[in-house]
Structures are given as C-alpha cells and as structure tokens.
Design a protein around this ligand. Structure first.
Ligand SMILES: Nc1ncnc2c1ncn2[C@@H]1O[C@H](COP(=O)(O)OP(=O)(O)O)[C@@H](O)[C@H]1O
Ligand SMILES: [Mg+2]
Length: 390
C-alpha cells in the first residue's frame, strides 16, 4: 500500500507498506521532516527505515499482551500487526496515522478523539466475542501498548482506558488507585507534578482501573524511550545524565524536577517497572512546542504485586528502573527530600488496607504484609530525609 505518514493534518513522508506484515518496505518521498516521530535518525535527508519500522510496528499491540492470541482468534486476524492498518495507525496517545494514496481520508472524519469507535476490539481483548458476526475493527485498542489486558472505551463522552490486573492477585488496578491517593498526599496543595487519576471499577468481583485520556487532539505523548534516542549517548554519560541532556537538547522544560518527584514516588510504592516506556513528555502537534513531562501514569507494577507475602520486607530494598538497579541507589539522584510532607503520608497504609479488603483475590495475611511493606517504605524514606539534614 502506498500511503502518507501524517501527523494530524501535516504530511510527513510517503511510504510503501506491506499489507500483510505492516512493514515499511520503502520511504518513497520526504515531505516535512520536522513533525517526524521523535528519536528517528535522518540519514542523508531520509528517515532511517529500520528505526521508522521499529517505531511503526511498535505501535501494534505487543506480542506479550495478555490474551492477545485468543483475541486475534475471535477477530479472525492472523497477525497482530494487521490491526495497525485496519485503523490507519490512529491512536489516542498521539496524532500519527497513515493516509492511503489511492483513497485519501480526512483526519477530522476518522480520528478517535472526535469520532465514536466500536467496542468490538476492546471486547475481544477482554476475551469476549461480540454478538454480531461482522466485527468493526476500527479501534484505538489496535494501537495500545503494554502487556496488561486493556481497552479504550467511551464513557459519558470521555475516552477512558480500562486496565485489568495480572494473576494471581489482580493487584495492579488497586495499586493505581493507591498511587492516585499518594500523588494527592505528596502534592498536598503544592503542584510538584501532574498525575493521571485512576479510579477502581469492579465487574463480577474483578477489579479494574479506569483513567481518562490525558492527550487531546492538540497534543501527543512522546515516550522517554524515544526522547532517549534523540541524541547519541556518549559512553561516559550515565543513562540519567544522557536522558536529561536529550530533554535539554529538545527543549523539554521541567524534566529534572519531574524526575526528582517521580523517583521519590516510585521509591514509596516500590515500583519495579518505571522503564522508558512508562513516562515521557507531551508535545503540541500543531506547533511542535514541548509542554513538559507527561503526567505520571502506569504505576500499578509496584507494591509487591507479584510477590508472595513471605518475601515482603518493610526494611528490604526493591529493584528499580530506569536509572539504577535498586531504589536505595536511585533515590540518591532525587536530590533534596526536604519538600516531602511526611505528616500527609501518616495513615496511607490504613487507606491501602481498606482498598485491599474489597478484593477476593487478596487475603488478610497478604493485606497485612502489603500494608506493613508500604509503611516501611515511608519510614525508610523519612530516615533518608532526616539523614540529609544531619
Ligand atoms: N491516560 C492515558 N492517556 C493517554 N495515553 C495513555 C494513558 N494511559 C496509558 N497511555 C498509553 O498507553 C500505554 C499503555 O498503558 P500503560 O498504563 O503503560 O499499560 P501497561 O501497564 O500494560 O504497560 C502507555 O505506554 C501510554 O502510551
Ligand atoms: Mg506501561
């Protein structure tokens, strides 16, 4: 298929895409390179085809997504990449799409921000067949990232992301809710960082988290991963230094302060999965001006969600991402901790207990271990903050 890669209304490059595999076979023409996805190198005036392919094919649902095989069977689609062209690559996290050359389309008429979309793909991803035979595969779920089962759904006119948890404890959705409360407490009248609020949704006693889209038709989310690739890393630079250098080079404001906050937050929830795909920055797609760090999202892979109670130790350390392998090391990068109001965190373990007690997947000993664990994280951080003042 010959098509134009678009950023909203702006044509970027012309591509030849293989219909079966969704691979970019050739970049046939360059139109405007400024709105190219961040982090794609330009070699002799052409975007690097391999990097562009990684970015484009990386928009499809990852192979590791829980339940993807069954979903593809329900939809009768042999390869998950084929879902990409079914929705013209449109997403609810940015404004890139492909416009077929032989039958050009209008972004206003097809984008998922303004136009309704069917629940068929979302239902298939949750293992539910649709009542009608002819499925409508035009859905922003086709371009959603991450391995947890999830779907975009229009609720009261708002685009919402619904995420489930992983077996056996299904704890991630509840962690997102606890994380929201922690943000509220840490920000406490001040505005240290913006965050995505998650609320709990129960269906047949199964917990899900629900959050609104933080991207608008005027903005795009650029992952830290793409930002990290925008400048070649020098061997003697740490990943932290390199990332901040990339932000400086691109002109993204406020990232250092944001990371200070994020490392504190992740220390407290013992987050084990803050990889470069789980934070980023927001850019205006019309002007390409950077607005700043994206609000904190995806904090569910934390609070010993996949660990049995016996290994949850309030005084132990926990593996971390993305800058250091353990939180005790990573927190050093966060600088001064004197802004943290520990009095606002006092009874957070009690709140966690109430939240967990509603889940049939988490028994009383586990609830106790998790709440003690969380209390231990707060105490550890408070000790570190105190040491800084001595
Ligand atoms: N509220 C949101 N608004 C817009 N895009 C989002 C939102 N939440 C997540 N995303 C996008 O969806 C991707 C997958 O969501 P995420 O919460 O990270 O799922 P997972 O836990 O499976 O990694 C994110 O990497 C991000 O690109
Ligand atoms: Mg994620």
């Amino acid at each position: 298929m010959i098509c134009t890669l678009m950023n909203k209304h702006t044509p970027v490059v012309e591509l030849n895409i293989d219909d079966d595999t969704a691979s970019i076979l050739k970049v046939t023409k360059v139109i405007h390179l400024e709105p190219l996805p961040v982090g794609i190198p330009i070699i002799h005036g052409l975007p690097d085809r391999k990097a562009l392919n990684d970015w484009w094919r990386g928009r499809s649902i990852p192979a590791s997504r829980s339940g993807i095989r069954e979903a593809l069977d329900i939809m009768n689609i042999p390869h998950r990449e084929q879902l990409l062209t079914k929705c013209y690559g449109l997403s609810l996290s940015d404004q890139y799409w492909i416009n077929p050359k032989d039958q050009p389309l209008d972004w206003e008429k097809i984008n998922f921000f303004h136009n309704p979309f069917s629940d068929d793909v979302g239902n298939a991803l949750f293992g539910q067949a649709s009542p009608h035979e002819e499925l409508d595969l035009m859905s922003p779920c086709n371009t959603s990232d991450g391995w947890l089962r999830k779907k975009w759904k229009i609720i009261d006119g708002k685009r919402c992301l619904i995420k489930s948890g992983s077996n056996p404890f299904l704890q991630e959705p509840l962690n997102e809710v606890l994380a929201t409360s922690l943000h509220r407490r840490l920000n406490h009248g001040l505005n240290h960082a913006s965050y995505v609020p998650y609320s709990p949704v129960w269906e047949n006693e199964i917990p899900y988290s629900e959050c609104e889209n933080f991207i608008t038709p005027e903005t795009e989310l650029v992952s830290a991963y793409n930002i990290y690739k925008s400048v070649k890393k020098l061997n003697h630079h740490s990943s932290y230094d390199h990332f901040l250098l990339c932000c400086e080079h691109l002109g993204i404001p406020g990232m250092k302060e944001f990371l200070n906050y994020l490392m504190v937050f992740d220390f407290l929830i013992a987050n084990t999965d803050r990889h470069f795909g789980n934070f980023g920055a927001v850019r205006n797609v019309d002007t390409l001006a950077w607005l700043g760090p994206a609000p904190v999202f995806d904090s569910g892979t934390s609070l010993w969600h996949d660990q049995v109670s016996r290994v949850i130790r309030p005084n132990g350390d926990v593996p971390s991402h993305p800058f250091k392998p353990a939180h005790a090391e990573q927190i050093v990068l966060a600088g001064s901790l004197n802004w943290i109001d520990f009095s606002a965190l006092r009874d957070i373990d009690a709140e966690f207990q109430t939240l967990l007690s509603g889940s049939p997947y988490i028994d009383t000993p586990r609830t106790e271990a998790l709440c003690n664990g969380l209390k231990g994280r707060v105490e550890q951080l408070e000790r570190l903050a105190l040491e800084q003042t001595q």
